[in-house]
Ligand binder design. Structure first.
Ligand SMILES: C[S@@+](CC[C@H](N)C(=O)[O-])C[C@H]1O[C@@H](n2cnc3c(N)ncnc32)[C@H](O)[C@@H]1O
Length: 309
């Protein structure tokens, strides 16, 4: 993604007008540019990225594996360092690990190579297929398996994992009301002294307000053909929401829109969020460092236990 060339800021007042027409047009797949709401609305179901949609999932895999940016997944060199950090936080192998929202298995496969018994769960069939292929070529299919499942509904056997991972801001993509349920579902799959390691973002990489940009691109998450790509991102600090929206306009005039939203749990509320999910014992690190997290941390790595060790 190119750097936004234009930055504007003004008080956030989410729009209401036009959203109904916009949602209806999206469903009919005849979207007119003038019916798109001027401000993206967090978790607007008519525009929110459907991670499991095969077309999006196929294009998203391209972004996951692209080594020129850290858009959907991080670059391999960064992942390698983080796997070393995880090894210090995880129980020793051969512990059973759930990688929730595993994507193309960038963490699951190296952990299996270290002797862990790993189960990756994701909604993206394209990402899972890729992960299985990598594991197969590394002769690790006995140590790692990849299961298609939605973290909002997947049936996880109680007490079946020693540890679970939620890496690269998987949790924030669920609305505030759903986050405790997603955590609870994972927590009950842990053994009584199991740990959940979750990476959370406290704030996006932009100041509060809105930034806009545009570019002509050969392809994007929205399309495989050359198009005009408009982007905007809104960080509402008061509501703790962040929306990144992209709009593709093709030469034939067709338009498509998708966005990803996040609810960013405030620093002081993190222990309560995890406690509500049955994980009352929380240690918070400043990102992937070994230092304690603080209110100015941009990201935090949470190590949450069902009970005191
Ligand atoms: C930012 S990517 C991170 C992938 C992986 N953890 C990594 O760091 O490489 C988010 C992942 O969450 C998955 N995801 C999104 N919503 C999901 C859901 N409801 N259930 C399961 N997986 C989901 C996406 O398909 C995607 O692979």
């Amino acid at each position: 993604m190119n750097k936004p060339p234009l930055v504007t800021h003004w008080p956030i007042t989410p729009p209401t007008a036009g959203i109904v027409a916009y949602a209806a047009a999206s469903m009919r797949r005849k979207l007119h540019p003038s019916s798109i709401p001027p401000w993206p609305v967090p978790f607007d179901s008519s525009a929110e990225l459907d991670w499991g949609n095969p077309e999006y999932a196929r294009r998203l895999l391209r972004e996951h594996l692209d080594q020129s940016h850290d858009g959907a997944s991080r670059r391999r060199t960064v992942v390698a360092g983080q796997v070393r950090r995880l090894r210090r936080l995880l129980p020793s192998s051969p512990a059973r690990i759930l990688d929730a929202g595993c994507g193309p298995g960038l963490y699951a496969v190296p952990l299996a190579a270290l002797g862990y018994s790993v189960t990756g769960v994701d909604v993206s069939e394209a990402a899972l297929r890729h992960a299985r292929g990598v594991a197969s070529r590394a002769q690790l299919l006995g140590k790692v398996r990849f299961v298609k499942g939605d973290l909002r509904s997947v049936a996880l056997k109680p007490d079946s994992f020693d540890s679970a991972l939620l890496v690269y801001f998987v949790l924030e993509a669920f609305p505030r009301a759903l986050q405790p349920e997603v955590l609870r579902r994972i927590a009950t799959a842990l053994t009584p002294d199991g740990t959940l390691i979750a990476e959370l973002r406290l704030r996006p990489e932009q100041p509060p307000g809105r930034i806009d940009w545009w570019d002509v691109v050969p392809n994007s998450l929205l399309s495989d053909r050359r198009h005009l790509l408009l982007g905007d991102a809104v960080y509402d600090q008061r509501r703790h929401t962040y929306v990144l929206r992209e709009i593709a306009i093709h030469d034939d005039g067709s338009v498509s829109v998708q966005q990803t939203s996040g609810w960013l749990c405030p620093f002081g509320s993190i222990p309560r969020l995890f406690a509500r999910a049955g994980l009352p014992n929380v240690t918070m690190f400043d990102g992937w460092t070994g230092s304690a997290a603080h209110a100015l941390s941009e990201t935090v790595l949470i190590v949450a236990r069902r009970r005191r060790p």
